[in-house]
Design a protein around this ligand. Sequence first.
Ligand code: MN
Length: 217
Amino acid sequence: MACTAAYVDAVSRAGGDPVIVPPVLLDDESASVRLSRFDGLLLTGGGDIDPALYGQETRPEVAHVNPARDEFEIPLVRAAIDRALPTLCICRGAQVLNVALGGTLHQHISDREELVAHRNDDGSDGVLHEVRAQPGSRVMKAMGVERARTFSHHHQALADVGTGLVPVAWAEDGLLEGVELDDGWVLGVQWHAEATAAADPTQQAIFDALVREASNR
Ligand code: MN
């Protein structure tokens, strides 16, 4: 999933002023300068991260690797954390956040029979599954509930959690679906909150929280 209108709509409904930024070559310093105009950051879904960036050989199921996007988003999310910018990272975004902080991914979970479906077999669309959020976590406080039905469309998942990140949400099969920074409003969710936000207030509330945090900086 690329930057569909659903992200823009969810941020707009929250009262935010969304700006889409295309990938450009960044280093840590230029990433920080790039962010100086913004009050918050939203990393969207997309293809797989190059496994070399988390120290693994590439499995054959890895798809849609976009090195330019990896090289853009990893410095960007690190700079956002340095600047204490409220940051919401969705699906691939959550994986970028984790890898940027030294975490690793499961490269392909779709053939693990002990798991619920996290995408349709043909990869064309998502499925709904429940997530359970840690009481008191930022993501739980944003949603206002501990359990939510979420739109899932991923064949990879967070494995080892990056430095400073705390596991805060899980699918019903125990798969890690949410992490957040222990210090600062930086959330990574494996599910597509934007896909159901128009109809589900618990999911819109995640964008509302991002915009509220960004407004209060
Ligand atoms: Mn899922």
